[in-house]
Design a protein around this ligand. Structure first.
Ligand code: NDP
Length: 325
């Protein structure tokens, strides 16, 4: 038996509980791991609370990220004792995930835990930090350097936003953070933001073209915020759209794209090819140090997950939550 968060759905609706589960119930796959650490992402919180239809089959163990130690492997790439890292691939949605003491996973989904980063640190990063890194890499590949000017990060106090601020600042960019929690300005400044703007400046409908300010944008928010960010991006700049915290809509016009040559990059972390994963995690492990993880994350245990998921959706959690098994 092992402990796991189990999500069930019946006539009364969603029910998430911490349960003892029989190992025979683990889904079939070629690698079995002892989970060392996992985390709670926005998507996990939606799954656990049932606030959005994230889960595709029941019962489900949530947890889209994990670091584990291989207990059994039928795959050539991994041996017993290896430490492996997983982000995404529908795990925690359609296949049992990381908020459990054990998991059985497809080897294609796994990468080796990079050297120089502990399991807890990797989960302090999680899909959120990994998505932030993918977003920053998109801006870098576009050719945006610190010399090009300010980078806007929206939803800055969240998991993706916090890492985007920290990573960009470490790379020497001037980061401007947009947030609905101005009382957390000290936290954002500690992460490296040089200026803090109220999120209300972006969240209402705006003009199709606005004063050019941003060399690049990492947008965690979508909706009018993304539209306004595009409208105020400088000629030839780029926007990496990775989130939908305000909404999935995109009430924009083509003006920034056809009149200012602005490029909009879509950032998906879930189905990312292996080479991109390895590259992003290599950068993360080289860029971040223990103080960064401590500043951005708190550690909880499996029995605190359900309450913490609700708090996360209520906007009461800052940065990232690591779940240590
Ligand atoms: P968090 O809940 O940690 O952070 C979201 C942040 O968005 C909040 O902290 C808040 O920032 C801001 N926000 C919340 N509600 C609103 C609103 N109504 N209007 C404007 N801003 C708002 O989530 P994550 O950082 O983990 O994820 C951010 C987004 O990215 C989510 O939409 C998530 O689904 C998505 N995502 C996408 C991935 C991908 O592969 N593309 C991977 C991971 C996440 P503040 O308090 O500073 O205002």
């Amino acid at each position: 038996m092992f402990k796991a968060i189990l999500i069930n759905k019946d006539e009364q609706g969603y029910r998430s509980v911490l349960n003892d589960v029989d190992e025979q119930q683990l889904p079939a796959a070629d690698v079995t791991v002892k989970v060392i650490a996992s985390t709670i992402n926005y998507k996990d919180a939606l799954a656990i609370t049932g606030k959005a239809p994230v889960v595709r089959s029941f019962p489900m163990v949530p947890g889209i990220d994990l670091v584990g130690e291989v207990l059994q492997s039928d795959a050539d790439r991994f041996n017993v004792g290896d430490k492996v890292l997983l982000n995404g691939f529908g795990v925690g949605e359609g296949h049992w995930g990381g908020l459990a003491e054990k998991a059985c996973l497809k080897s294609d989904w796994l990468i080796p835990l990079p050297a120089g980063i502990t399991p807890e640190q990797a989960m302090a990063v999680g899909t959120a930090g990994y998505t932030a890194m993918l977003s920053v890499l998109a801006l870098q590949k576009h050719g945006i350097t610190p010399a090009h000017g300010e980078i806007l990060v929206t939803g800055a106090n969240g998991g993706v936003g916090s890492y985007a601020v920290r990573i960009l600042s470490k790379l020497g960019y001037q980061v401007v953070a947009a947030t609905g929690r101005p009382e957390e300005s000290d936290y954002l400044k500690k992460l490296g933001a040089v200026d803090i703007l109220p999120r209300s400046q972006f969240s209402e409908p705006g003009k199709p073209l606005q004063k050019e300010r941003w060399a690049g944008v990492v947008d965690c928010v979508g909706s009018h915020t993304l539209a306004n960010a595009c409208a105020s991006t400088r000629y030839g700049g780029a926007v990496a759209a990775c989130g939908l915290a305000q909404g999935m809509d995109f009430p924009s016009s083509v003006a920034p794209f056809i009149l200012r040559g602005v490029t909009l990059y879509g950032i998906d972390s879930v189905m990312r090819p292996l080479a991109d994963r390895v590259q992003a995690w290599q950068h993360l492990s080289e860029l971040l140090n223990p103080e960064d993880f401590d500043a951005i994350s708190e550690v909880i245990s499996l029995d605190q997950v359900i309450d913490t998921a609700s708090a996360l959706l209520e906007g009461k959690i800052q940065g990232r939550v690591v779940v240590k098994m």
